[in-house]
Write a protein that binds this ligand. Sequence first.
Ligand code: NAP
Length: 292
Amino acid sequence: MPLFKNLMVVGPGLIGSSILRRARGDGQLAERLIVMDRDIAVLKRVQELGLADHITLDPADAAQADCVILSVPVRAIEPVARSLAPYLQPGTILTDVASVRGELGAIIPSFLPDGVEYVPSHPMAGTEFSGPDAGFAELFEGRWALLIPSLDAPEWACTKIQHFWESCGARTKVLTAEDHDRICAMVSHLPHLLAFTICDTADNLSAEMRSAVLDYAASGFRDFTRIAASDPIMWRDIFSANRDVLLETLERFIQDTQSMADAIRRGDDEAITAKINRGRRIRRTLIHNKQA
Ligand code: NAP
């Protein structure tokens, strides 16, 4: 028997449409797929792709669902949840996939009807692409899906969301919101900030130099441009929602950059190679942990 009878995905972008493809392919996740978006053109595309049994612009259709997944940008999670709340039925699980937890865990349960359980989660998987055409069923394979339930979330609901992500191919781990936001600031938000900034620096070079950089882009710069191609609204929301932790992490990074600059300035070969070796060790660990 499928895990959910009526699974509703709100926001069929990269993450939402990957979930829908997985659910379509496997049949174990949901009997029926309901897809909601704010744009009828996006919904029609979802229908063309065969990813929905029912498409809707109407929040009232949330009444049919026994699980609702919010897959919209971070700042849209709360307003979208508020629009659906009056229609959610007791026994329904509400989850989201937002990249920052912030205060969501405290705010969202405060306006949900009794008997509706909020079990937020965050799949640590993505690409630089957006929209319903960008998703693919294998996106979550071998990746972490982090669960961030509140202390009073019932075990049955947490277990269902855990099974949901495991059925998507992910490994699961339960974290607190604070730990989640601190870890993600380091492994995801800071790298994106650096990628956007490096491209900005290249873009600010004189016209002649800029064109040479783009002509001869070596693999290091090219790798940054892949990350920097990510969706601006999504990343604007992530940076502002995780502002304090991100700025703290950035401050540490600036200190470490300064320390590398000092080593280069004084020609301290030992310090330079020690820092580079730490990077190599981290890369080897990621490969060993099958996360590279
Ligand atoms: P996406 O491809 O841009 O899709 C976002 C979806 O949300 C689209 O269907 C979009 O609808 C809808 N949407 C945007 N603004 C909205 C609003 N104000 N109200 C209602 N719907 C709105 O984004 P994504 O990459 O799937 O990201 C979705 C969520 O997953 C975000 O919370 C993000 O933090 C999280 N996440 C992303 C990644 C990643 O690497 N991409 C990884 C893990 C988690 P329209 O098409 O009509 O604009």
